[in-house]
Every structure is written in structure tokens, then in C-alpha cells.
Design a binder for this molecule. Structure first.
Ligand code: GDP
Ligand code: K
Ligand code: MG
Length: 299
């Protein structure tokens, strides 16, 4: 391969919830642009991460997990994930080395049948299993689909992620540099700020709360004559009981959410942040097309 050929393309990351898609994207980009948690359906929008070297550029799309829809938000997430399969140059199908084959994997493999682009099987979380466990898994998956490559990695520890990147670039064709080299994501900072707050809520709450929450950044303004950025965000929940849980006893929970989010946001923005968080009840927001639009879940 001659050095003066510049290669580029779009790569979609698909897989069941919690297999580590967002973790992989963050590891590749070297920055926290997609939130991660152990709750399913953490990622709700297409998130793009751009990886650029001297002779290549890969635009990654971290899709919401593919699964059967239960409500309108679910419907929306699945449309995003499926439409992206046919628009990309390569697909990374990520599985969790710790988990057996399930209906969720079959559902995705069914959806890959009509895809013409190469599909890699990425076996993630290999830090959790004995290497010998990988061989039967690889053989099993080889029978299920004709994968272009099978690559075991640990997204969390960064093991083999560089090899994966090299292989991805190998499969891409000559193409333009779509984005400037310092461009790492298409998402506006406001969106990432809201996502980081939502991530903290997911980490600190249990049961019905995680799926009932959405977060909007209302305001993000640099304070005049100082390096402080004033940020106002609203946490939207479906019921007043949930509002109570998120605020917590004497505001303790909300304070903790704010403290943790502020640390990440300061790292992201490289400046000091003063943050105000409001909690608002919007009954049944997940089933209202107008509120879905307001909260950024657009097609
Ligand atoms: P997604 O739903 O597929 O985007 O999954 P996330 O990236 O949100 O990760 C789900 C959980 O798996 C998080 O708790 C991650 O820390 C964890 N995780 C991701 N990759 C790895 C890995 O390589 N090893 C281990 N042990 N955990 C991982
Ligand atoms: K997740
Ligand atoms: Mg995710």
C-alpha cells in the first residue's frame, strides 16, 4: 500500500445492549464522547466519533442497541440502528465474551443478512474470560455468518484495539478526509454535557428511573472576564415520585449527580464549570412525539 493513498469510510458499531460499544468508541477516540453504564439502552442517538491518522480517517457511528421496540422511543432507536447498517462501509458487530449466544444476537445477525459491506465480529471483554473459551465461540460464530474478520478485544483495557483499528483501515477504500483532523465528534458540546449528566443519574439510581430520564442543556455561557462556564441543565422525568428520588433527601442525590458530572464536563471543556440542575416532570414523555423531538431524538 502506497503511503500517498488516503483511506476513509464510515463504520457502524452494532451489538446487544451492554456489550461495550460506547466503551470501544471512547477508547478509539481517546476521549469520552459516548456515555457508558451497566444499564441497557444507555445510548439513544447516533454518536459519531472520528479517528484520524496521517493516511486514514474512520468515522464511527455508535448505534443504540438493536432490540425489539416496546414504546415510541424504542421504535426510534431501532430505526436509527437499522438505517445505519445500509449506509456504512463496514460494520463492527460487538459481542460480550462472557455471554452465550442469545435471541438478541440472532436478531442482529438476521438484520445483517442483506448487508453488502464487510462485517467484523468483535469479541469484547476478553479480560473476563480464559483465552481457551474463545475458540469454541469463534467456531460457533463462523457458522452463523461469514464475517470478514474476527477480532477479540478488551475495550475497557484497550487490549487489541489498535489491531482492530489497523484491520478496519485495511478494509476501507481510498477516500476523502471528511473532517478536519482535530474533529472528534459531530455532537455539539451541549449534547455531550446533557449526556454526562444523564450518565451520572443512571449510575446513581436504580429500577425504573434510568429509562424514565432525559436531560436537556438549557444554557451554556462563558462568564465574562473569567474562565468559568455557566451551565443550566434540566433533568426530565415522568412522575413526581421520580423527581423526589432524583433530588434525594435534602437534595443529596442531585448534589452528587452535579458533582460527578461537573468533573467530567470540566475535563471535556478544559475550563471551570458552574452548574445548575433543575428537575422537571413531563408525564409520559417517552410516548409523546413532540417531547421526543424536543429532547433531541430526531430522525
Ligand atoms: P453498550 O451498551 O454496548 O454501549 O455498552 P457500554 O459501553 O455502555 O458498556 C457496558 C458495560 O460494560 C460498562 O459497565 C462497561 O464498563 C463494561 N465494559 C465495556 N467494555 C468492557 C471490557 O472490555 N471489559 C470489561 N470487563 N467490561 C467492559
Ligand atoms: K449500556
Ligand atoms: Mg452505548
Amino acid at each position: 500500500m502506497s503511503k500517498d493513498v488516503f483511506k476513509s469510510g464510515f463504520v457502524s458499531i452494532v451489538g446487544r445492549p451492554n456489550v461495550g460499544k460506547s466503551t470501544l468508541l471512547n477508547e478509539v477516540i481517546g476521549q469520552k464522547i459516548a456515555i457508558m453504564s451497566d444499564k441497557a439502552q444507555t445510548t439513544r442517538n447516533k454518536v459519531q466519533g472520528v479517528y484520524t491518522t496521517n493516511d486514514s480517517q474512520v468515522v464511527f457511528i455508535d448505534t443504540p442497541g438493536i432490540h425489539k421496540p416496546k414504546h415510541k422511543l424504542g421504535d426510534f432507536m431501532i430505526k436509527m440502528a437499522q438505517s445505519s447498517l445500509n449506509e456504512v462501509d463496514l460494520i463492527l458487530f460487538v459481542i460480550n465474551a462472557e455471554e452465550g449466544y442469545g435471541a438478541g444476537d440472532q436478531y442482529i445477525i438476521d438484520r445483517l443478512q442483506n448487508v453488502e459491506s464487510p462485517v467484523f465480529l468483535v469479541i469484547n471483554k476478553i479480560d473476563q474470560v480464559h483465552p481457551e473459551q474463545l475458540f469454541p465461540m469463534i467456531n460457533f460464530y463462523k457458522d452463523k455468518y461469514s464475517f470478514a474478520e474476527i477480532v477479540p478485544i478488551s475495550a475497557l483495557q484497550g487490549n487489541n484495539v489498535n489491531t482492530l483499528l489497523e484491520q478496519v483501515v485495511d478494509y476501507l477504500e481510498e477516500g476523502p478526509q471528511y473532517y478536519p483532523s482535530d474533529h472528534v465528534t459531530d455532537h455539539p458540546e451541549r449534547f455531550i454535557v446533557a449526556e454526562l449528566v444523564r450518565e451520572k443519574v443512571l449510575h446513581l439510581t436504580r429500577e425504573e428511573i434510568p429509562h424514565s430520564v432525559t436531560v436537556v442543556t438549557e444554557q451554556m455561557i462563558k462568564r465574562e472576564g473569567s474562565d468559568v462556564i455557566d451551565i443550566h441543565v434540566t433533568v426530565v422525568v415522568e412522575r413526581s415520585s421520580q423527581k423526589g428520588i432524583i433530588i434525594g433527601k435534602q437534595g443529596k442525590m442531585l448534589k452528587e449527580v452535579g458533582k460527578r458530572a461537573r468533573q467530567d464536563i470540566e475535563a471535556l471543556l478544559g475550563s471551570r464549570v458552574f452548574m445548575e440542575i433543575w428537575v422537571k416532570v413531563v408525564k409520559d414523555w417517552r410516548n409523546k412525539p413532540s417531547s421526543l423531538r424536543d429532547y433531541g431524538y430526531r430522525e
